[in-house]
Design a protein around this ligand. Sequence first.
Ligand SMILES: NC(=O)c1ccc[n+]([C@@H]2O[C@H](COP(=O)([O-])OP(=O)(O)OC[C@H]3O[C@@H](n4cnc5c(N)ncnc54)[C@H](OP(=O)(O)O)[C@@H]3O)[C@@H](O)[C@H]2O)c1
Length: 452
Amino acid sequence: MAAELPQTQFTALVTGANSGLGFAIACRLITEFLETRPLSETLILIVTTRSTRKSDDTVSRLQLHVDRTVRKSRGQSSEKERPYEYARIKLKSEIVDLTSIISVQQLAQRLQESAHKIDTLILNAGIGGWTGVNWLNAVWTVSTDWVHATTWPTMKIAGKGWLAKPQLAGQADGKATTSSEQRQAPGQEDVELPLGEVFTANVFGHYLLAHYTMPLLSTTAANGISGKIIWISSIEAHARALNLDDFQALDSHEAYESSKRVTDILALTYGMPATRPWVSQFTSTVNDSSEPKNTSPPKMYVTHPGVCGTAIFPLPYLLNFLMTLTFYVSRWLGSPWHTCDPYLGATAAVWIALTPQSQLDATEERDGIGKWGVATDRLGNERVAKTEVEGWGWGGRVGEPKRKGRKRGVQDLTEEQREGFVELGRDVWRRMEEMRNEWEEKLPPARWGLKL
Ligand SMILES: NC(=O)c1ccc[n+]([C@@H]2O[C@H](COP(=O)([O-])OP(=O)(O)OC[C@H]3O[C@@H](n4cnc5c(N)ncnc54)[C@H](OP(=O)(O)O)[C@@H]3O)[C@@H](O)[C@H]2O)c1
């Protein structure tokens, strides 16, 4: 008998889905969707990678995951016998290089043409910009202060001043390139507008993608349910790393940490009156007839995966294995943040993606707006855990109860710090919108037919 057609669709897009956390988020979304959503719902999962080969490989590995999940939950039935469950997951892939503005614009154009509403946009892809390990520091800090040294490490050696490839020259096809091709001197055209590679891969490319997909993320007010933008930050989003005079951290060895601090600030101050002038430009959409639409903009959340073993730190296989082993030891020593396995690290992002909006709203109403991390116990039982953000606390409330897993030396939130954080939010949103406008003058999105 032919499979009945499912009635409703839930569309999720995950960037950087070919490895590490991104692949784990895609797998976990599939599992939890099949386990928790009604049989009448279909998941359209769009994964992005940087090449056709990676896309094909990712989709076939995800298909295997679908097979395994369906077989596990429904007995050993084959696709032929259980067509309905298989039909509930539709996998699609797209190619994008987030350090290429043209590539981002072209992806958004393809998404707009496909006319899918996007329910959740998971901004996962990222690079660390690290080149190696200070082994002396590693041995000393890990042996004297194991958990802290593996949670907030100081042994990483980072590059400095890495620039994204030139945006205007030789990029008309918007094709993705590899990281190693990009660390060249900027093209003449970009001299006045340098784009840091780490900043653009982690923040600015995603920011533009979210802006260009706004018509798909925003819904008419009558519907009442808008999309979700979910950022992947890090527990290493140190306040000290962000210097507004060096916004892209080009003159810093903490470009990664700075990009994650910007991520936290963007998400946590998204709904504030202080940032509204810029946020409303970022979320604005206009329909075909250039009339403003009656839409409700998407919600924005920030999550982090704890600490897990992935390819983000460039280490040979054996050292990577040893690194992951030190993470497990940290967990056994009582660290709440060592998720170790990316599948556990995916918990918070997937929880935000699949939890009904009303429930998330109620949680934020009760506990304040915060950063959602993943914690585990010694046995690796994962849970979603609010994480302290410097200058904001756990929920932006002075005097709120303290939780486990604090970074050493972080002060309890004061009213002045909270005000300073809101001020920072205003500055960061203004900078991001200024950058977007500057780049759109050079690379107008309208030439790809993008509707905004
Ligand atoms: N691992 C952790 O413990 C940890 C902790 C905190 C936060 N995170 C965050 O988790 C996210 C995923 O990292 P991961 O640990 O899973 O590392 P990963 O395994 O190296 O995955 C990174 C992904 O991002 C993609 N990517 C990198 N640069 C890109 C670009 N310019 N355009 C498009 N895609 C790009 C990579 O594609 P290629 O394969 O083509 O390079 C890959 O798919 C990052 O945002 C990271 O900051 C990870």
